[in-house]
Design a binder for this molecule. Structure first.
Ligand SMILES: Nc1nc2c(c(=O)[nH]1)N[C@H]1C(S)=C(S)[C@@H](COP(=O)(O)OP(=O)(O)OC[C@H]3O[C@@H](n4cnc5c(=O)[nH]c(N)nc54)[C@H](O)[C@@H]3O)O[C@H]1N2
Ligand SMILES: Nc1nc2c(c(=O)[nH]1)N[C@H]1C(S)=C(S)[C@@H](COP(=O)(O)OP(=O)(O)OC[C@H]3O[C@@H](n4cnc5c(=O)[nH]c(N)nc54)[C@H](O)[C@@H]3O)O[C@H]1N2
Ligand code: SF4
Ligand SMILES: [Mo]
Length: 697
């Protein structure tokens, strides 16, 4: 007889578009066991990634933080001693008040990101920011180039229902390594192949596990998606596959686009992308003759200096072909524009003052180093409260980030699960609950469900939730807002009610809520999201609607029509390789690097390189290679790999800095110069030089 283990419903909190509906085994001892995907959620469909399936490894990890710590040695020494919660919170409040007295409240910067995607635990910190008039946080590191590019065209961050992929005849997976980063895309794409004989095309810069699944693999050079998209549209117009009736009704400037594309043919695109002319022609013909073509567009193609332009160009293809009109046709990037939840209580939006400065997440290095422009001419940042993010590992221009965190006059409090690279630099470290240990509400990016992740087990030791910490600090700092006096459950309940999404009790009963719009709305058949209800093939980039404190990057130089915008860090004689820092399958950003199975499966930090390039540099598998550019130097071990173009190298990341010989992590090589038009980092757009070196000691 098998022992009965109670199964409880939850939601994956991690920063992954799949936001899986979970079933968690909860033992009588209060420990979690196996985690599975909910079979009755129409998107999750019983499938989750391996790293979350073995979540018990992370939740019950011996290195988990379970009590507050105070630094006892030099910054970054890793020397800490336990203190009480009261003591820790008092010290943080005293440091924040001291900084505010010295340079005003804007010298305190609550800094967070999406380590948990729970709406309360992630965004509740903003309530403290607004109540205290601390520097506001401009989130930019992940989505801005992608979202601004998609929105520039569609005007709304929604698209054809991702479950409709199963009804498609051609699924184009463009710039996402879905097998690794959001496995559920594959469930629905492969269903289309099995049930309808659909073809799967994959557009990427190396042969990922996703491309291994493709019928039509398209291996292009990094940052050249705009050129491929233009050539595809050129062929659609040339061969009579452009849907002129649809364009006349639903788009702007189709004639201008057609004229502009006349000389952007497959020969032109071949020279830029590295794809064969015949490959481009065949793909374009396939798109042109398949009404049910579904473009599943990821983030990878946007992490270049021309990323927003590329995203817009790709999103224009199903407009020119008219694929949007058909079930299983159109495009999808994110459902984030679907939910429209009222977050006033969570974020204290009623206290938000737009005159308080908003600092750019991606430029934390420059900001902490006192760069006047990055500080918008205001006071220095002297105190940080960090939740759900690990900037010393994940932020670009790592050398600057390290210099900033090393400042003796900077006070840092980090609320974490583990002693991450960032927590090691802190003055105070606070132990945080994990998703099964607190209540939260989740919206997804990759599908249209709203999910509840209720508290299932007691936290270990003295761990407290982000909400508890924010409220306890608010009390000490004299910050006032109703949200500081409500429980997590009460806030979730009221947020649902104010958003017209029922109640907590109802969601708890249902576990998840499908908020998908009807077909016509999802496919923009009632009009796109702009005032004139038309898709914009031509974009006025300097004036696009996107909430940002300023326009960033060379926005005035952006091409208004889809194009190859040559602002990428093209290879030069001195830096002849292009480096892409793609995600590792067994990690999630910097998370799971602590779990033994994930770390063991990934191995040491390495560099995928074409065998001919490796041979030319005298590199054999396992040899050490110095990867350098003006921003710094990183040591990796060579891994010759056939599935790459010559001149392109890939390091699957984000591994801890200390896992790299010399302590310099991959983001030593990435730049923090903002991507146009609304900021973000070009993580996959780096020119580098490679040199074989002897094994570091
Ligand atoms: N296992 C795992 N899962 C993750 C993450 C992780 O780190 N590991 N990260 C999570 C997060 S925060 C996010 S935002 C999502 C992101 O997930 P994705 O949408 O998949 O985006 P990226 O991770 O940036 O990159 C995806 C692919 O884009 C490719 N790529 C790079 N440059 C280009 C280019 O110029 N053109 C094209 N066509 N492709 C290019 C890369 O080689 C990579 O295979 O994944 C989430 N899921
Ligand atoms: N080179 C390179 N760099 C990249 C990228 C890349 O592709 N290449 N991708 C970029 C992208 S897309 C993103 S989104 C960023 C992500 O960067 P981060 O948001 O920093 O990454 P995560 O690892 O998802 O989460 C950070 C931390 O949140 C903590 N955490 C999780 N849940 C909780 C909680 O409930 N409470 C508290 N207090 N802490 C919690 C985890 O323990 C983890 O250490 O990285 C970016 N950096
Ligand atoms: S696929 Fe993404 S959402 Fe699903 S369990 Fe894994 S990390 Fe979580
Ligand atoms: Mo991200």
């Amino acid at each position: 007889m098998t022992k009965h283990v109670p199964i409880r419903a939850s939601a994956c909190p991690h920063d992954c578009p799949s936001t899986c509906a979970l079933e968690v085994e909860v033992g009588a001892d209060g420990r979690i066991g196996r985690v599975r995907g909910a079979a009755d959620n129409s998107y999750t469909a019983g499938v989750i990634c391996a790293k979350v399936a073995r979540y018990a490894e992370r939740a019950h990890h011996p290195d988990r933080l379970t009590q507050p710590l105070v630094r006892t040695g030099p910054k970054g020494s890793g020397q800490f001693a336990p203190i009480s919660w009261d003591d820790a919170l008092d010290r943080i409040a005293a440091a924040f008040d001291a900084a505010a007295r010295r340079h005003g409240p804007e010298s305190v910067w609550p800094y967070f990101y999406a380590g948990t995607m729970g709406l309360l635990m992630r965004d509740g910190i903003n309530r403290l920011t607004h109540a205290k008039r601390y520097s506001r946080f401009f989130s930019s590191i992940c989505v801005n180039p992608a979202w601004s590019g998609y929105l520039a065209g569609t005007g709304r961050l929604t698209g054809a229902d991702p479950r409709e992929m199963a009804a498609s005849d051609l699924v184009v997976i463009w710039g996402t390594n879905a097998v690794s980063t959001q496995v559920n895309v594959m469930t629905h794409a492969i269903r289309a192949r099995k049930e309808r004989g659909a073809k799967i095309a994959v557009v990427d810069v190396y042969r990922t596990p996703t491309m291994e699944q493709a019928d039509i693999p398209l291996l292009l050079r990094p940052g050249t998606d705009g050129a491929l998209a233009c050539a595809v549209m050129h062929v659609l117009f040339r061969d009579g596959h452009a849907d002129r009736a649809y364009l006349a009704r639903y788009a702007n400037d189709a004639e201008a686009l057609e004229a502009h594309l006349r000389d952007r043919d497959p020969i032109w695109a071949s020279a830029i992308t590295g794809l064969g002319v015949d490959e481009i022609e065949a793909f374009a013909a396939h798109v042109g003759t398949t009404p049910r073509s579904y473009f599943r567009i990821g983030y990878g193609l946007s992490r270049s200096r021309n990323g927003a332009v590329n995203m817009h160009a790709v999103a224009s293809i199903p407009v020119v072909s008219g694929a949007w009109q058909h079930e299983g046709g159109g495009a999808f990037h994110s459902t984030s524009g679907l939910y429209r939840l009222r977050k006033t209580l969570i974020e204290g939006l009623d206290l938000r003052d737009p005159t308080v400065r908003e600092l750019d997440q991606s430029r934390i290095g420059a900001i902490l180093c006192g760069d006047a422009e990055a500080l918008w001419g205001g006071p220095p940042v002297d105190a940080l409260l960090i939740q759900n993010t690990n900037p010393l590992s994940v932020a670009p221009d790592q050398s600057a980030v390290k210099r900033g965190f090393a400042r003796e006059d900077l006070f840092v409090a980090v609320h974490e699960h583990f002693l991450t690279e960032t927590a090691r630099q802190a003055d105070i470290v606070l132990p945080a609950t994990m998703f099964t240990e607190h209540d939260d509400l989740y919206q997804a990016g990759g599908h249209p469900h709203l999910l509840l992740g209720p508290k299932l087990v007691e936290p270990p030791g003295e761990c407290r939730s982000n909400h508890e910490v924010v409220c306890a600090l608010a009390a000490r700092l004299g910050a006032e807002h109703p949200g500081f006096h409500l429980s997590a459950r009460a806030i979730i309940d009221r947020t649902l009610a104010e958003s017209g999404r029922g109640s907590l009790a109802e969601l708890e009963e249902a576990r998840f809520l499908d908020v998908a719009p009807d077909f016509a709305t999802a496919h923009f058949l009632t009009g796109f999201g702009h005032k004139d209800k038309r898709f914009r093939l031509k974009v006025d980039w300097p004036n696009i609607a996107y909430p940002a404190p300023a326009k960033f990057g060379p926005v005035d130089d952006m091409p208004s029509l889809p194009d190859h915008w040559a602002v990428i860090e093209a290879a030069t004689e001195e830096h002849p390789f292009r480096l892409v820092t793609a995600p590792a399958r067994n990690f999630l950003n910097s998370t799971f690097t602590e779990t033994p199975t994930s770390a063991q499966r990934e191995g040491p930090p390495s560099l995928l390189i074409h065998p001919d390039d490796a041979a030319a540099l005298g590199l054999a598998a396992g040899d050490w290679v110095a990867v350098e550019n003006p921003r710094g130097r990183v040591l990796l071990q060579a891994r010759p790999f056939e599935g790459l173009r010559r001149g392109v190298v890939v390091s699957e990341q984000i591994k801890p800095n200390r896992a790299h010989a010399g302590g310099c992590g991959i983001n030593t090589l990435t730049g923090a110069d903002p991507v146009a038009p609304v900021g973000g980092a070009a993580f996959h757009d780096n020119r580098v030089r490679l040199t074989k070196v002897s094994a570091p000691v």
